[in-house]
Design a protein around this ligand. Structure first.
Ligand code: GAR
Length: 205
């Protein structure tokens, strides 16, 4: 791998986690570059954030493709065109299929707004809040074929306050997401992660 890792980000929405990665690169914390941001949503603010920072922004309209496989083949073509070595899912709201999983095995990360394996899937913060948890949080993990199920790299806890709502809790979880995602990406680009079964060993620097 070259000294600067080429990263691609897949995002479906506002892209605040994308922004955290961009900021970490621009501050010099992360020795990497984002070569492309791909979205399945044409007006996703994530695309706008990319353009503002001179990053190629690509909308791939799923409606143009008759199957997930064909859609992902197009995404893969774009990823390869931009020499992506690491793929980050950042609020990407699609299940990843075989095509991308095989191409980026152990090179695709996701951020999830819950302490996995609790509360996978959609609206994780609401699931946790409604369940009455006292501690919530977020997780960065490798992506495999199980929904939000791959080996865990980093997690961070957030205590639930008596006066929290789903929204206030989600905001505090998001603050932690913006910290642990760049941290996890840094560990990856510094080649300090070793997957051993379900566990991810972190090599000391
Ligand atoms: C984040 O909270 C992220 O953890 C979550 O979507 C939000 C995207 O926000 N992802 C998932 O729920 C994936 N299962 P962002 O677009 O501002 O980064």
């Amino acid at each position: 791998m070259p000294s600067v890792t080429n990263i691609a980000v897949l995002a479906s929405g506002r892209g605040s986690n994308l922004q955290a990665i961009i900021d970490s690169i621009e501050s010099g914390y992360l020795k990497a570059q984002i070569t492309v941001v791909i979205s399945d949503v044409g007006d996703a603010y994530a695309l706008e954030r990319a353009r503002k920072h001179g990053i190629e922004a690509v909308f791939i309209d799923t409606k143009r493709f008759s199957s997930r496989e064909l859609y992902e083949k197009e995404a893969l073509r774009v990823l390869r065109k931009h020499d992506a070595e690491l793929v980050l899912l950042a609020g990407y709201m699609r299940v990843v299929g075989r095509t991308l999983l095989d191409a980026y095995k152990n090179r695709m990360l996701n951020i999830h707004p819950a302490l996995l394996p609790a509360f996978p899937g959609l609206h994780a913060q609401k699931q946790a809040f409604d369940h009455g948890v006292k501690v919530a949080g977020c997780t960065v993990h490798f992506v495999d074929d199980k929904l939000d199920g791959g080996p865990i790299i980093l997690q961070r806890c957030v205590e639930v306050a008596e006066d929290d709502t789903t929204e206030t809790l989600a905001d505090r979880i998001l603050e932690q997401e913006h910290k642990i995602y760049p941290e996890a990406v840094k560990l990856f680009v510094e080649n300090r992660l070793r997957i051993e079964g379900r566990k991810v060993k972190i090599i000391k620097s």
